[in-house]
Ligand binder design. Structure first.
Ligand code: PMP
Length: 353
Protein backbone atom coordinates (compact mmCIF):
# COMPACT_ATOMS: atom_id res chain seq x y z
CA UNK A 1 0.00 0.00 0.00
CA UNK A 2 1.34 3.40 -0.85
CA UNK A 3 1.72 5.83 2.00
CA UNK A 4 2.46 9.53 2.05
CA UNK A 5 6.07 9.09 3.13
CA UNK A 6 6.93 6.38 0.62
CA UNK A 7 5.37 8.39 -2.22
CA UNK A 8 7.19 11.53 -1.14
CA UNK A 9 10.55 9.79 -0.91
CA UNK A 10 10.00 7.93 -4.18
CA UNK A 11 9.30 11.22 -5.96
CA UNK A 12 12.65 12.71 -4.95
CA UNK A 13 15.33 12.70 -7.60
CA UNK A 14 18.51 13.07 -5.55
CA UNK A 15 21.79 14.57 -6.67
CA UNK A 16 24.42 12.06 -7.82
CA UNK A 17 27.73 13.37 -6.48
CA UNK A 18 31.02 12.76 -8.24
CA UNK A 19 32.75 9.50 -7.31
CA UNK A 20 34.68 9.48 -4.03
CA UNK A 21 36.22 6.01 -4.34
CA UNK A 22 37.81 4.56 -1.22
CA UNK A 23 39.28 1.41 -2.83
CA UNK A 24 42.55 2.79 -4.16
CA UNK A 25 44.43 6.01 -4.56
CA UNK A 26 43.49 7.83 -7.76
CA UNK A 27 44.74 11.01 -9.32
CA UNK A 28 41.45 12.70 -8.48
CA UNK A 29 40.41 15.20 -11.13
CA UNK A 30 36.65 14.62 -10.85
CA UNK A 31 35.15 16.82 -8.11
CA UNK A 32 37.00 20.14 -8.39
CA UNK A 33 38.86 19.87 -5.10
CA UNK A 34 42.12 21.77 -4.72
CA UNK A 35 45.26 19.68 -5.17
CA UNK A 36 46.99 21.82 -2.55
CA UNK A 37 46.86 21.63 1.19
CA UNK A 38 44.86 24.31 3.04
CA UNK A 39 46.60 27.37 4.53
CA UNK A 40 49.16 26.30 7.18
CA UNK A 41 47.52 28.88 9.46
CA UNK A 42 44.19 27.07 9.08
CA UNK A 43 45.81 23.74 9.93
CA UNK A 44 47.41 25.24 13.03
CA UNK A 45 44.12 26.78 14.18
CA UNK A 46 42.30 23.46 13.73
CA UNK A 47 44.97 21.57 15.70
CA UNK A 48 44.62 23.99 18.58
CA UNK A 49 40.86 23.51 18.59
CA UNK A 50 41.25 19.71 18.65
CA UNK A 51 43.74 19.72 21.49
CA UNK A 52 41.95 22.19 23.75
CA UNK A 53 38.30 22.94 23.05
CA UNK A 54 36.24 20.10 21.63
CA UNK A 55 34.19 19.55 24.83
CA UNK A 56 32.55 22.95 24.27
CA UNK A 57 29.72 23.76 21.83
CA UNK A 58 30.76 25.97 18.93
CA UNK A 59 29.55 29.57 18.60
CA UNK A 60 26.11 29.16 16.93
CA UNK A 61 26.46 32.64 15.39
CA UNK A 62 29.90 31.96 13.85
CA UNK A 63 30.87 35.49 14.90
CA UNK A 64 34.66 35.28 14.33
CA UNK A 65 34.23 33.74 10.89
CA UNK A 66 31.61 36.31 9.91
CA UNK A 67 33.92 39.11 11.07
CA UNK A 68 36.79 37.71 9.00
CA UNK A 69 34.55 37.41 5.92
CA UNK A 70 33.07 40.89 6.42
CA UNK A 71 36.57 42.37 6.66
CA UNK A 72 37.79 40.50 3.62
CA UNK A 73 34.85 41.61 1.42
CA UNK A 74 34.51 45.10 2.99
CA UNK A 75 30.97 44.45 4.17
CA UNK A 76 29.25 44.62 7.57
CA UNK A 77 28.89 41.52 9.71
CA UNK A 78 25.09 41.62 9.22
CA UNK A 79 25.68 41.12 5.49
CA UNK A 80 27.28 37.70 6.03
CA UNK A 81 25.63 34.29 6.54
CA UNK A 82 27.58 31.07 7.15
CA UNK A 83 26.45 27.49 6.45
CA UNK A 84 27.60 23.88 6.33
CA UNK A 85 29.03 24.03 2.82
CA UNK A 86 27.49 26.28 0.18
CA UNK A 87 25.12 23.38 -0.57
CA UNK A 88 23.42 24.07 2.76
CA UNK A 89 23.34 27.82 2.12
CA UNK A 90 21.72 27.15 -1.27
CA UNK A 91 19.20 24.75 0.27
CA UNK A 92 18.13 27.35 2.85
CA UNK A 93 17.88 30.05 0.19
CA UNK A 94 15.71 27.82 -2.02
CA UNK A 95 13.47 26.93 0.93
CA UNK A 96 13.15 30.48 2.20
CA UNK A 97 13.14 32.60 -0.92
CA UNK A 98 12.04 30.53 -3.88
CA UNK A 99 9.54 27.99 -2.56
CA UNK A 100 5.77 28.27 -2.62
CA UNK A 101 5.20 30.46 -5.64
CA UNK A 102 6.20 30.98 -9.21
CA UNK A 103 8.85 28.98 -11.10
CA UNK A 104 12.57 29.58 -10.48
CA UNK A 105 14.81 30.52 -13.42
CA UNK A 106 18.21 28.94 -13.95
CA UNK A 107 20.27 27.72 -16.91
CA UNK A 108 19.44 24.38 -18.52
CA UNK A 109 23.09 23.35 -18.19
CA UNK A 110 24.38 24.24 -14.73
CA UNK A 111 25.02 22.84 -11.25
CA UNK A 112 22.65 19.89 -11.09
CA UNK A 113 21.85 20.34 -7.40
CA UNK A 114 19.47 23.24 -8.24
CA UNK A 115 17.01 20.83 -9.82
CA UNK A 116 17.21 18.63 -6.75
CA UNK A 117 16.44 21.49 -4.33
CA UNK A 118 13.66 22.62 -6.63
CA UNK A 119 12.17 19.10 -6.45
CA UNK A 120 12.58 19.00 -2.67
CA UNK A 121 10.68 22.25 -2.15
CA UNK A 122 8.13 21.73 -4.99
CA UNK A 123 9.55 24.61 -7.02
CA UNK A 124 8.98 24.44 -10.75
CA UNK A 125 12.27 24.99 -12.64
CA UNK A 126 12.15 27.52 -15.48
CA UNK A 127 15.13 26.29 -17.49
CA UNK A 128 16.77 29.01 -19.56
CA UNK A 129 18.85 27.51 -22.40
CA UNK A 130 22.50 28.39 -22.78
CA UNK A 131 23.57 29.66 -26.21
CA UNK A 132 25.22 27.35 -28.75
CA UNK A 133 28.57 28.40 -27.25
CA UNK A 134 27.35 27.57 -23.72
CA UNK A 135 26.92 31.23 -22.76
CA UNK A 136 24.31 32.62 -20.37
CA UNK A 137 22.41 35.32 -22.35
CA UNK A 138 21.26 38.12 -20.00
CA UNK A 139 18.40 39.16 -22.34
CA UNK A 140 16.85 35.72 -21.77
CA UNK A 141 16.36 36.68 -18.11
CA UNK A 142 14.09 39.65 -18.89
CA UNK A 143 10.31 39.62 -18.43
CA UNK A 144 10.26 36.28 -16.68
CA UNK A 145 7.35 35.64 -14.35
CA UNK A 146 9.43 33.86 -11.71
CA UNK A 147 10.04 33.63 -7.95
CA UNK A 148 13.77 34.20 -8.43
CA UNK A 149 16.84 33.71 -10.59
CA UNK A 150 19.95 31.61 -9.98
CA UNK A 151 23.08 32.42 -11.98
CA UNK A 152 26.22 30.35 -11.56
CA UNK A 153 29.23 32.51 -12.29
CA UNK A 154 31.47 31.06 -13.54
CA UNK A 155 29.06 28.38 -14.64
CA UNK A 156 29.59 24.69 -13.93
CA UNK A 157 30.28 22.34 -15.61
CA UNK A 158 31.10 24.63 -18.55
CA UNK A 159 33.59 26.89 -16.70
CA UNK A 160 32.44 30.00 -18.60
CA UNK A 161 32.20 33.36 -16.81
CA UNK A 162 29.88 36.34 -17.29
CA UNK A 163 31.27 39.88 -16.96
CA UNK A 164 29.94 41.98 -14.08
CA UNK A 165 27.98 44.25 -16.46
CA UNK A 166 25.89 41.25 -17.58
CA UNK A 167 25.20 40.17 -13.99
CA UNK A 168 24.09 43.75 -13.35
CA UNK A 169 21.77 43.62 -16.37
CA UNK A 170 20.11 40.50 -14.91
CA UNK A 171 19.75 42.24 -11.52
CA UNK A 172 18.17 45.29 -13.16
CA UNK A 173 15.73 43.12 -15.10
CA UNK A 174 14.58 41.34 -11.92
CA UNK A 175 14.24 44.02 -9.21
CA UNK A 176 11.36 42.34 -7.38
CA UNK A 177 12.83 38.88 -6.86
CA UNK A 178 16.04 37.55 -5.42
CA UNK A 179 18.91 36.96 -7.83
CA UNK A 180 21.25 34.39 -6.33
CA UNK A 181 24.74 34.35 -7.86
CA UNK A 182 26.57 31.13 -7.04
CA UNK A 183 30.28 32.03 -7.15
CA UNK A 184 31.77 28.70 -6.05
CA UNK A 185 34.61 29.11 -8.59
CA UNK A 186 34.93 32.89 -8.79
CA UNK A 187 38.45 33.11 -7.34
CA UNK A 188 39.96 31.37 -10.38
CA UNK A 189 39.62 34.37 -12.66
CA UNK A 190 36.03 35.72 -12.83
CA UNK A 191 34.56 39.03 -11.65
CA UNK A 192 32.65 38.79 -8.37
CA UNK A 193 29.25 40.43 -7.90
CA UNK A 194 30.11 41.26 -4.25
CA UNK A 195 30.87 44.84 -5.34
CA UNK A 196 27.18 45.23 -6.35
CA UNK A 197 25.74 44.16 -2.99
CA UNK A 198 25.26 47.65 -1.56
CA UNK A 199 23.44 48.77 -4.71
CA UNK A 200 21.09 45.79 -5.18
CA UNK A 201 19.10 44.62 -2.14
CA UNK A 202 17.84 41.64 -4.18
CA UNK A 203 21.35 40.20 -4.73
CA UNK A 204 22.63 37.21 -2.76
CA UNK A 205 26.16 36.04 -3.55
CA UNK A 206 27.05 32.50 -2.42
CA UNK A 207 30.64 31.31 -2.11
CA UNK A 208 32.50 28.35 -0.59
CA UNK A 209 35.78 27.45 1.08
CA UNK A 210 35.72 24.08 -0.74
CA UNK A 211 37.54 25.09 -3.92
CA UNK A 212 39.92 28.08 -3.88
CA UNK A 213 40.66 27.73 -0.16
CA UNK A 214 41.26 23.96 -0.37
CA UNK A 215 38.89 23.15 2.50
CA UNK A 216 36.21 20.88 0.97
CA UNK A 217 36.70 18.54 3.94
CA UNK A 218 35.38 20.96 6.57
CA UNK A 219 32.16 21.96 4.74
CA UNK A 220 31.94 25.73 5.04
CA UNK A 221 30.09 28.02 2.63
CA UNK A 222 28.65 31.50 3.00
CA UNK A 223 26.24 34.04 1.58
CA UNK A 224 26.79 37.79 1.25
CA UNK A 225 23.95 40.23 0.70
CA UNK A 226 21.55 42.82 2.08
CA UNK A 227 21.02 42.51 5.88
CA UNK A 228 17.32 41.63 5.33
CA UNK A 229 18.20 38.68 3.09
CA UNK A 230 20.83 37.54 5.60
CA UNK A 231 18.41 37.90 8.51
CA UNK A 232 15.96 35.65 6.68
CA UNK A 233 18.61 32.96 6.26
CA UNK A 234 19.51 33.22 9.96
CA UNK A 235 15.87 32.65 10.93
CA UNK A 236 15.67 29.60 8.69
CA UNK A 237 18.93 28.20 10.03
CA UNK A 238 17.88 28.69 13.65
CA UNK A 239 14.63 26.85 12.91
CA UNK A 240 16.55 23.91 11.52
CA UNK A 241 20.05 23.36 12.95
CA UNK A 242 21.37 26.18 15.08
CA UNK A 243 24.91 24.73 15.21
CA UNK A 244 25.70 24.05 11.54
CA UNK A 245 29.44 24.65 11.82
CA UNK A 246 31.60 22.64 14.23
CA UNK A 247 34.46 24.12 16.25
CA UNK A 248 37.23 22.65 14.09
CA UNK A 249 35.65 23.97 10.90
CA UNK A 250 35.01 27.40 12.39
CA UNK A 251 38.61 27.79 13.53
CA UNK A 252 40.06 26.51 10.25
CA UNK A 253 37.71 28.59 8.10
CA UNK A 254 38.42 31.80 10.01
CA UNK A 255 42.20 31.38 9.70
CA UNK A 256 41.87 30.46 6.02
CA UNK A 257 39.79 33.54 5.22
CA UNK A 258 42.34 35.73 7.02
CA UNK A 259 45.23 34.23 5.02
CA UNK A 260 44.62 36.09 1.76
CA UNK A 261 48.22 35.72 0.61
CA UNK A 262 47.92 31.93 0.62
CA UNK A 263 44.59 32.09 -1.26
CA UNK A 264 46.25 34.15 -3.97
CA UNK A 265 49.28 31.86 -4.11
CA UNK A 266 47.30 28.66 -4.72
CA UNK A 267 44.80 30.31 -7.10
CA UNK A 268 47.67 31.74 -9.19
CA UNK A 269 49.29 28.30 -9.31
CA UNK A 270 46.01 26.67 -10.39
CA UNK A 271 45.44 29.28 -13.12
CA UNK A 272 48.98 28.82 -14.48
CA UNK A 273 48.54 25.03 -14.53
CA UNK A 274 45.15 25.44 -16.23
CA UNK A 275 46.65 27.51 -19.03
CA UNK A 276 49.37 24.92 -19.62
CA UNK A 277 46.80 22.08 -19.50
CA UNK A 278 44.65 23.85 -22.09
CA UNK A 279 47.65 23.96 -24.45
CA UNK A 280 48.49 20.29 -23.80
CA UNK A 281 44.92 19.12 -24.32
CA UNK A 282 44.53 21.23 -27.47
CA UNK A 283 47.67 19.65 -28.89
CA UNK A 284 45.99 16.26 -28.38
CA UNK A 285 42.99 17.39 -30.45
CA UNK A 286 40.56 18.31 -27.66
CA UNK A 287 38.19 21.28 -27.92
CA UNK A 288 38.17 23.24 -24.68
CA UNK A 289 35.56 25.69 -23.47
CA UNK A 290 37.35 28.84 -22.16
CA UNK A 291 37.52 28.36 -18.40
CA UNK A 292 37.58 30.85 -15.52
CA UNK A 293 37.54 28.02 -12.97
CA UNK A 294 39.72 25.25 -11.52
CA UNK A 295 38.45 22.80 -14.16
CA UNK A 296 38.17 22.51 -17.92
CA UNK A 297 35.21 21.18 -19.90
CA UNK A 298 36.45 19.33 -22.96
CA UNK A 299 35.35 17.22 -25.87
CA UNK A 300 37.24 15.40 -28.62
CA UNK A 301 35.70 15.44 -32.11
CA UNK A 302 37.03 11.98 -32.95
CA UNK A 303 36.75 10.20 -29.60
CA UNK A 304 34.08 8.93 -27.26
CA UNK A 305 34.09 10.69 -23.88
CA UNK A 306 32.81 7.66 -21.98
CA UNK A 307 35.58 5.48 -23.39
CA UNK A 308 38.19 8.07 -22.41
CA UNK A 309 36.70 8.31 -18.90
CA UNK A 310 36.77 4.51 -18.46
CA UNK A 311 40.28 4.10 -19.88
CA UNK A 312 41.62 6.87 -17.61
CA UNK A 313 39.94 5.29 -14.59
CA UNK A 314 41.61 2.01 -15.47
CA UNK A 315 44.93 3.86 -15.35
CA UNK A 316 44.13 5.39 -11.95
CA UNK A 317 42.96 8.84 -13.12
CA UNK A 318 39.44 9.99 -12.32
CA UNK A 319 37.70 12.68 -14.37
CA UNK A 320 33.98 13.58 -14.45
CA UNK A 321 31.70 12.11 -17.10
CA UNK A 322 28.04 13.09 -16.80
CA UNK A 323 26.50 10.34 -18.96
CA UNK A 324 26.16 9.88 -22.71
CA UNK A 325 22.39 10.47 -22.43
CA UNK A 326 22.85 14.09 -21.28
CA UNK A 327 21.68 16.53 -23.98
CA UNK A 328 24.53 18.59 -25.49
CA UNK A 329 27.14 17.54 -22.90
CA UNK A 330 27.01 13.76 -23.40
CA UNK A 331 30.39 13.69 -25.14
CA UNK A 332 32.14 16.06 -22.74
CA UNK A 333 34.44 15.48 -19.79
CA UNK A 334 35.03 17.86 -16.91
CA UNK A 335 38.62 17.72 -15.72
CA UNK A 336 39.70 19.36 -12.46
CA UNK A 337 43.04 21.16 -12.56
CA UNK A 338 45.45 19.24 -10.32
CA UNK A 339 49.14 19.83 -9.70
CA UNK A 340 51.54 20.18 -12.66
CA UNK A 341 52.65 16.58 -12.03
CA UNK A 342 49.07 15.27 -12.00
CA UNK A 343 48.25 17.10 -15.22
CA UNK A 344 51.42 15.76 -16.85
CA UNK A 345 50.31 12.24 -15.85
CA UNK A 346 46.90 12.94 -17.42
CA UNK A 347 48.48 14.12 -20.68
CA UNK A 348 50.75 11.09 -20.76
CA UNK A 349 47.80 8.75 -20.20
CA UNK A 350 45.72 10.48 -22.88
CA UNK A 351 48.54 10.06 -25.39
CA UNK A 352 48.26 6.29 -25.02
CA UNK A 353 44.52 6.22 -25.86
N1 PMP B 1 27.95 25.49 -6.32
C1 PMP B 1 28.58 24.94 -7.36
C2 PMP B 1 28.43 25.58 -8.69
C3 PMP B 1 29.37 23.78 -7.18
O1 PMP B 1 29.97 23.21 -8.24
C4 PMP B 1 29.50 23.24 -5.88
C5 PMP B 1 30.36 22.02 -5.62
N2 PMP B 1 30.07 20.89 -6.26
C6 PMP B 1 28.80 23.83 -4.83
C7 PMP B 1 28.07 24.97 -5.08
C8 PMP B 1 28.80 23.25 -3.46
O2 PMP B 1 30.02 23.36 -2.81
P1 PMP B 1 30.18 23.13 -1.25
O3 PMP B 1 28.88 22.55 -0.71
O4 PMP B 1 31.32 22.20 -1.10
O5 PMP B 1 30.43 24.47 -0.66
Amino acid sequence: MSRFWTDKIASLDPYVPGEQPQDKKYIKLNTNESPYSPSPKALEAMELEVSERLRLYPDPNCETLKEALAKSYQLNVNQVFVGNGSDEVLALAFMGYFAGGKPLAFADITYSFYKVYAGLYSIEPKLVPLSDDFDIIPADYENLDVSGVVITNPNAPTGKALPLSEIEAILKANPDVMVLVDEAYVDFGAQSAVSLINQYPNLLVVQTLSKSRALAGIRVGYALGHPDLIEGLERLKNSFNSYPIDRIALAGATAAVEDEAYLKEICDKTIATREQSVKDLESLGFNIIPSATNFVFVTHPGKDAEKIYLALKEQGILVRFFGSNKPRIGNYLRITIGTDEEMAALTAALKTL
